[in-house]
Ligand binder design. Sequence first.
Ligand code: PGA
Length: 253
Amino acid sequence: MTRKKIIVANWKMNHGISDTLKFVSQLNRSVLPTEKIDVVICPPHTSLYTISVALDASEIRWGAQNCHFEDNGAFTGEVSPIFLRELGCGYVIIGHSERRKIFLENDDFIAKKVNKSIELDIIPLLCIGESQEQRDKNQTFEVVKKQLLDVLNSIIKLQPEQILIAYEPVWAIGTGKTATAEQAQEVHAFIRSVFTQKYGADFAQKIRILYGGSVHSKNVSELTSQADIDGALIGGASLEVESFREILYQVNS
Ligand code: PGA
């Protein structure tokens, strides 16, 4: 089973409208291997409309970094998934460790957001991963399985193309401390086995599981050539056009 590779840029709270436009115009001028790789850029909410227009005739996709699970209401500062759909948004990152840690999002809250995104045909990129302390205590599999099943068990009907999973060990995010290809592959294979147990082998073979945490142009190729690593979620190294473009070339090589 060959799964199309996917590279997702998570810009976090970086790049306002003018930097977004600059990035996209520079990226568009180059020839990117988008037939072989799905490329998704997730800018801050205020740049979403801009990117939707700038990428209109492009193969490059775009997504949001978060959304609420209600359509409307008294949720000051939140963004409705209905508004994202109105923009034509195709993807949304859900449950990133920064949201879990800084904004105290729990699995129940995350499950609601994943369900709502699926209902609206916005593909959620569900992030899961253990802390350094949990890894040191050999709890990686247990933690990742719980984060995954707390969400999957809440979904009534799921097709493999309706969701993406990102394995992001918290200790590797923004630290320059990448998981080795073996460490990442081991957890990815485990995540796929959780899907096999729940939905069967055919389903599990179609699920795309991305690795995230200090990915850059020098390590991306080794990581994404592992059997169960189908792409990468990239923060810091996705902010500069040159570096992001080099990552795409490396994945394609
Ligand atoms: P990083 O971030 O590539 O800067 O480690 C990854 C992420 O948080 O998604």
